[in-house]
Design a protein around this ligand. Sequence first.
Ligand SMILES: Nc1ncnc2c1ncn2[C@@H]1O[C@H](COP(=O)(O)OP(=O)(O)OP(=O)(O)O)[C@@H](O)[C@H]1O
Ligand SMILES: [Mg+2]
Length: 326
Amino acid sequence: MSAVVVVEKLCKNFGAVVAVRDVSLAIAPGQIYGLLGPNGAGKTTTLRCVATLTQPDSGRVEVAGTSDPRLIRERIGYVAQEVALDKVLTGRELLQFQAGLYHIPGPKQKERITQVLALLNLEEYADRRTGTYSGGLKKRLDLAAGLLHQPQVLILDEPTVGLDIQTRLAVWSFLRQIRQEGITVLITSHYLEEIDALADRVAIIDRGQVIAEGSPEELKSQVGGDRITVRIREFAEREEAEQSLTVLKNLPMVRSGLINSAQGNAINLVVDNASQGVSAIQECLAVAQIPLFSFSLSRPSLDDVFLAATGLTLLDADLAEAEQRR
Ligand SMILES: Nc1ncnc2c1ncn2[C@@H]1O[C@H](COP(=O)(O)OP(=O)(O)OP(=O)(O)O)[C@@H](O)[C@H]1O
Ligand SMILES: [Mg+2]
């Protein structure tokens, strides 16, 4: 089936900052497609280019067979990362205002507003001022607004950031529901478990470039290996802890090891076979008299995919980006 969203060699700079570099995507209809990456990776800029809100320096965007910005806007719903709601209006009034912006004809407006309010379980709040809404309610109203004109493609920039777990799960189930109705969803997140749980396909993006693309399962199985996280007791000196952990890295069955830079007293090891790995690690710690605190085993995650491609975890990449901003 031909793609409903096509992005070809998209590039966008802001002055000296390269925000997006040669990004190409092809999204099949009816999929939830995830863009995963750390802060500043270029996710929002990519989405804004697809939504025709930002003009790319070069490259091409096509949505549902057209590259005409006016037609693209008719076919998409866009929910921005940060939305400033007018606090004085009620939810319903806000939707009426949006319906006007989308040129939904008068008689149809009421019907659509009733439908989207029901879809997002917002009926009982519709006539309250949005200033009194919780974060979760606001997000549901944003989603409702994005769906008013029955778009073919719903574009969501970090739709669950700052939401509690329950509300986040409600948003996930809502997105699965609209996928069933044939709406294509393009979503960004830097919560890897969110993309893992929701997305049919994912593009992992770092410093403006796509560094891996595929279904979450494909990407994780390509990375392979078992993960063992070893945590030792705190040492007075961080260097001492790191030095102790380095001996584990040099064990023959260890493919790679990365000291957890946030805490310094844990190391993430990749081994071919977890059971062999565990006994060798225990032996090594006993010989070196290093006090073990905890052990955990896991299968590869999307974070491991990111790590394999960039040498950093997503969290470390976020920290590095924050550092750079200072
Ligand atoms: N309007 C702008 N003017 C200048 N620089 C910008 C602008 N918009 C984005 N950038 C820069 O472009 C890069 C990519 O930003 P973008 O917002 O697309 O990243 P992101 O992946 O959405 O990040 P986050 O996870 O923090 O939302 C960053 O370095 C950012 O500072
Ligand atoms: Mg963003």
